[in-house]
Design a protein. Structure first.
Length: 146
């Protein structure tokens, strides 16, 4: 876990989140969990709820959860996001990220996921004049799944 955290450029990742969110009313969060995560989808859903991501105005938040010790990750979208993009989009994003992860380009993998999710959010949920940043852009590291 510590090795993974040292290998990623947190500032660049957080800047990518902010840049993606400037084009959309959607929200993107990155969570890096310690330890083995046997069921990453369940962990993502629990983190999504724990972080209150389901409380965005348009139900258009996206969580990218990474479990480096388990060598897996999940992209989890709220109801409105999932309804508009479908499974094919999530598979495409995951495949693009996976290729970078396998090459050891961890920051690139995460930014690829952020940018692709951001483009979908911008298309389906364009930024509105009254939009506010509903969730922090910082990476959450080391929080256990409840």
């Amino acid at each position: 876990m510590k090795t993974f955290i040292r290998q990623i450029d947190q500032a660049r990742i957080e800047q990518a989140v902010a840049a993606a969110e400037r084009l959309t009313s959607g929200e993107i969060r990155i969570v890096v969990l310690p330890g083995k995560v046997a069921e990453p989808l369940n962990a993502a859903e629990a983190e999504f709820t724990r972080l209150g991501m389901q409380q965005t105005r348009e139900r258009n938040a996206v969580l990218i959860l990474i479990a480096p010790e388990s060598r897996n990750f999940v992209i989890f979208g709220d109801q409105a996001v999932h309804a508009k993009c479908g499974e094919a989009f999530w598979r495409e994003v995951a495949q693009a990220m996976q290729a970078h992860f396998q090459a050891g380009a961890f920051t690139t993998a995460i930014i690829e996921g952020i940018e692709r999710a951001g483009r979908l959010l911008a298309k389906e949920f364009p930024r509105r004049p009254d939009d506010t940043n509903e969730l922090p852009d910082r990476i959450i590291v080391g929080h256990p799944v409840i």
